[in-house]
Design a protein around this ligand. Structure first.
Ligand code: ADP
Ligand code: MG
Length: 342
């Protein structure tokens, strides 16, 4: 057999190296689409065959969920229940399921999370043109219409409120929607994905860029975009709620959109923000709202009693407090904070 010349061998090796390099370094580009849905900027990114079709379908599904769940859309399940004035209304089984979960978190949080805050949300109008500081009498009268024990759910899809009560699922709907979208994308064969509903992040599958997913957490005292730190996770949800999301200021006081069902006013629990890291986004969303109202001491006790759920609290006095499971998985980047674990 003829022995190939050194030049041919070198050329062959070069070709092998180039091809191997191209295969190894090839990071398939994801399909990504954004839209403004549920009052927020939504971004869905997916890797894998079928992503071209699955991503737009996910956004369509999100619009359909908004149609059912938004208290502000006239024909939504929630608006129909709210107009029924104490009579029973049948809703989609998805809305019924979500309401069941909302009631579960109301119980778990001792009413800090309350899906009947609608009357208070309307009164304060935070995030709308009509935002104002209501009088004490008005707050007391709205508070009489806030109590999750008044909600009845029959056969999973018939809902009845007490007369005058108003449902508002704004504190849980985005988390629920993120879970629904993840399940749909997985069914369509998507390997890995990232669902971002205005800062509620859910990731699944392996990070195609290698290693764990790294999710930035918003710094509540910097304007949008400032990073408090980075959470690492294999997959799951990272949801943050804080005073910076939606608010107005009057006479030097900030009135934000997380209301305390005990006082009828924006919660003042000594916190600026809460982040929950959990397997699913529904629990993350409900819990961030609940923990924000509960404050650090009650909140950390609740989290530490829940399997698989971790949280990070940012206090008004400049501390970042982690539940034990986040130790080593959160890197602080914000300046001027003290890091603690409890
Ligand atoms: P965001 O929507 O900014 O991510 P949250 O998940 O904390 O923030 O939800 C806040 C929304 O939840 C409010 O705009 C309101 O619709 C509703 N809400 C406010 N306070 C409560 C509460 N105590 N329990 C349940 N829902 C609430
Ligand atoms: Mg929430």
């Amino acid at each position: 057999m003829k022995i190939p010349s050194k030049k041919v061998v070198a050329l062959f090796c070069l070709i092998v190296l180039v091809v191997a390099g191209a295969v190894l370094c090839h990071r398939p580009d994801p399909v990504e689409k954004s839209a403004y849905i549920m009052g927020t900027l939504v971004r869905v990114r997916a890797w894998g065959a079928g992503a071209d079709r699955a991503v737009p379908e996910a956004l369509e599904r999100l619009s359909a969920l908004e149609q059912a769940l938004s208290a502000n859309l006239e024909d939504s399940d929630v608006a129909r229940v709210n107009r029924a004035g104490g009579r029973g209304v049948s809703v989609s089984s998805a809305t019924g399921d979500l309401l069941g979960e909302a009631l579960r978190f109301a119980g778990l949080s001792g009413g800090a999370f309350d899906p009947t805050v609608g009357a208070l949300v309307d009164l304060w109008g935070i995030g709308t043109e009509q935002a104002r500081v209501p009088g004490d009498e008005e707050i007391l009268s709205a508070l009489e219409r806030v109590d999750w024990h008044g909600v009845r759910l029959f056969d999973g899809n018939e809902v009845r409120l007490e007369a005058g009560q108003q449902l508002d699922l704004g504190g849980i709907a985005k988390g629920y929607a993120a879970d629904v979208l993840r399940d749909q994308l997985k069914r369509e064969g998507i390997r890995s994905g990232l669902i971002d509903l205005g800062g509620n992040i859910l990731v699944f599958g392996e990070n195609p860029r290698g290693g764990k997913w790294r999710i930035g957490v918003q710094d509540p005292i910097q304007s949008r975009g400032g990073v408090l730190g980075v959470v690492e996770l294999r997959e799951g949800s990272v949801v943050t709620s804080g005073t910076y999301e939606r608010f107005f200021e009057r006479d030097g006081v900030r009135y934000h959109h997380i209301l305390d069902p005990a006082t009828g006013r924006p919660a003042r629990s000594g916190l600026l923000a809460v982040t929950v890291v959990s397997p699913g986004s529904l629990e993350g969303d409900a819990l961030t709202t609940a923990l924000f109202v509960m404050g650090l001491d009650l909140g950390i006790a609740l989290v530490n009693g829940l399997e698989g759920v971790e949280a990070l609290f940012v206090t008004e006095d400049g501390r970042v407090v982690l539940s034990p499971g986040l130790e080593g998985r959160f890197t602080l980047q914000g300046e001027g904070y003290r890091l603690e674990t409890r």
